[in-house]
Design a protein around this ligand. Sequence first.
Ligand SMILES: O=P(O)(O)O[C@H]1[C@H](O)[C@@H](O)[C@H](O)[C@H](O)[C@@H]1O
Ligand SMILES: [Mg+2]
Ligand SMILES: [Mg+2]
Length: 330
Amino acid sequence: MTDLWQDAMDHAVSAARGAGQVVREALLEDRMVMVKSSSVDLVTQTDQKVEQLIIQSVKEKFPTHRFIGEESVAAGEPCVLSDEPTWIIDPIDGTTNFVHRFPFVAVSIGFSVNKQRAEPAGRASGPGQQRAGPAGPGQQLSRASGPSQRAGPAAEPLLAFLQVEFGVVYSCLEDKMFTARRGRGSFCNGDPLQVSEQKAIQQSIIATEFGSDRDPEVVDKIFSSLRNILCIPVHGIRSAGTAAINMCLVASGCVEAYYEIGMHVWDLAAASLIVSEAGGVLMDVEGGPFDLMSRRVIAANNRTIAERISGEIQAYAPARDDAAAPGADP
Ligand SMILES: O=P(O)(O)O[C@H]1[C@H](O)[C@@H](O)[C@H](O)[C@H](O)[C@@H]1O
Ligand SMILES: [Mg+2]
Ligand SMILES: [Mg+2]
């Protein structure tokens, strides 16, 4: 039987690897740093250049396919998922790390077709069961120099989920290519991945991020959740500075879970499949089904730990990624 998407996945791996080379080379030069939704939501010309390189390379091979790219959406493109083949691209996940040369920077490429409708709300996604402001010419904030110097959820009871067919996350400073194809497992540089077998959250490491919203009320919720989880107690809390790499650490069994509220579909699409194909669980922060467009996620090695984390999170609902889409529920 013809495998419709293997050619596309092979292209994604090649494009991510090529983009990683561009990122590594850019680290050796001065980088123009701009801002998006806040003064700490950074973007560089490399983010924009890498995204366009990936999109143009895909358009040459697959001219009818659609795109959701972080920097294209920031420049005003719609963030809409349909049944059409759609490439979901974060050209640099970990831009703040990139600006500071903190060595965790990823290129993330997810691919979705045929939106799936989830089970009735209340069930987490299980292994292999993946259910489901504009930066134009942003103002220049500062120049990050090279090495020598320094720079909620659709209201309807059934949530529409993506059919993520494959995911590619390239941690380009570690040279680790994380890949997953629906129903065929997850890999890092070709070696199979398996989530941690740890059952006790008290013997776990939990990853999270602090995002780029500095509203004191949001920060209070973030720290309240962090305090609750730290005091379970857990062995530790970690932040790689990139959602995609945090989730690949879950898939690799290095941390038991990752949660966050505020990241976006392009941070999650590829890595969500990498987690589920490594035997992990994806869930909404309030325990319901994972919804890629909700900007909320718990990715864990098992449901027990995911539910415990859900019970400790002070949840809130940022504007959905598809909130501006025609007919979308806010
Ligand atoms: O902007 P990039 O692509 O670097 O993505 C990161 C977000 O910026 C953070 O807010 C968020 O907390 C995550 O770290 C996410 O990976
Ligand atoms: Mg990102
Ligand atoms: Mg990014």
